[in-house]
Design a binder for this molecule. Structure first.
Ligand SMILES: *Cc1c(COP(=O)(O)O)cnc(C)c1O
Length: 378
């Protein structure tokens, strides 16, 4: 500015900025724009048609993204620090962690191993059939809910989700429903989307992902559904804010990922990924049979690629270490998913069939060798 005032007739040459200056040749940019525009529209439409058939979700209520975990953080930006949240205990760590980062969680209570301002909905054991007793859950502004649940592998039934939706409607809460494992559900009584439940559109956002659906954990592709019926207590539609956040903080999923996503939802693509899902679920069955034959209490593995194995009276880290040391099998201690995961380990069916057979053989040998020690503690 100063320079321009001083030398009004000089033609300044800018060699200071570290960015390219020439436009992308039109033949390329128009091809890209067309592809992105078409891919984006096609993607949203394909998602609506594949996963939300008969639920009356339109493509403009679907936001294609770089993954569900990223969407969880963007949804948190929508809410800000001044809201109360509830999470399942145990659950995928992203809900609690994003809540801590944005400032909703309050201080950590060392004794209880919980954040003071987060409501933990206990659902880690067969005592309440892996679904929280909502009569004991206080009202919160936001409820994070994942089904099929990671880590327990439990898929909520239609009746359970109806109770959850009623609970949210009664309390004026928003449910953030994570359906990352919906494609693993085999039980027909378990909804694959929260929007199968009547009335859910006024209270729920759904985040989902191609990561487990199609092995896209590294490609990065997911989506979030924000129904136009969902509004804040002052009547303002949430979809407008979410659109603003997505456009401000994130410029959409890469078109390479979206091209892959479109291929996933083509008839051949979808068939191929269903076959991979069956492969994993056959793995899960082998593992379930293995733990059952060892007379251990095993849950999950029917509607999700995770098994949740109970060792009553034991600490999950001890079991984890014992299995790692004695069988060289890596599992996850349930405690890593919250206080409610103590006494459990999570076993994943994401592996080759050879690895599953080998793991099965080692587990059988180990638990035979120790003479079913864990059974005696019950
Ligand atoms: C793996 C997983 C995701 C996937 O997140 P992406 O960011 O899409 O990879 C989301 N939610 C849960 C519960 C998961 O286990």
């Amino acid at each position: 500015m100063e320079h321009a005032n001083k030398y009004p007739h000089a033609r300044l040459i800018r060699l200071g900025v570290g960015d390219t200056t020439q436009p992308i040749p039109q033949v390329i940019s128009s091809a890209m724009a067309e592809l992105v525009e078409n891919a984006m529209q096609a993607m949203r439409k394909a998602i609506a048609e594949t996963f939300y058939k008969n639920m009356d979700i339109t493509s403009n209520e679907i936001f294609v993204s770089d993954g569900a975990q990223c969407d969880i953080s963007r949804v948190q930006m929508l809410f800000g620090s001044n809201v109360s949240v509830a999470v399942q205990d145990p659950s995928f760590p992203a809900y609690v962690d994003s809540s801590v980062i944005i400032g909703q969680a309050g201080n950590y209570d060392e004794k209880k191993c919980k954040y003071k301002k987060i409501v933990y909905m206990s659902c880690g054991s067969s005592d309440n059939n892996f679904f929280p007793d909502l009569s004991k859950v206080p009202r919160t502004d936001v409820i994070f809910f994942c089904s099929p649940n990671n880590p327990t592998g439990h898929a909520a039934s239609k009746a359970e989700l109806e109770r959850l939706v009623d609970f949210a409607r009664h309390n004026g809460s928003i449910i953030v429903y994570d359906s990352a494992y919906a494609s693993y559900i085999s039980d027909h009584s378990c909804p694959k989307s929260i929007f199968e439940v009547p009335g859910a559109k006024e209270v729920a956002i759904e985040v989902s992902s191609f990561s487990k659906l199609a092995g896209f954990t590294g490609v990065r592709l997911g989506w979030t559904v924000v129904p136009k019926e969902l509004s804040y207590s002052n009547g303002f539609p949430v979809i407008h804010d979410y659109n603003r956040i997505v456009c401000t903080c994130f410029n959409g999923a890469s078109n390479i990922a979206q091209a892959g996503g479109l291929a996933c939802l083509s008839p051949q693509g979808y068939k191929a990924l269903r076959s991979t899902i069956s492969y994993y679920m056959d793995n899960a069955k082998i593992l379930v049979d293995t733990f059952t034959s060892l007379r251990l209490n095993v849950y999950g593995g029917k509607n999700a690629p995770y098994l949740w194995v109970h060792f009553p009276g034991s600490k999950s880290w001890d079991i984890f270490n014992e299995i790692l040391d004695k069988t060289h099998i890596l599992t996850v201690p349930g405690r890593g998913f919250g206080y409610g995961g103590e006494e459990f380990i999570r076993v994943s069916a994401f592996a080759s069939r050879e690895a599953i057979f080998e793991a099965s053989a080692r587990l059988k040998k180990h638990f035979h060798d120790i003479g079913y020690r864990y059974l005696l503690r019950r």
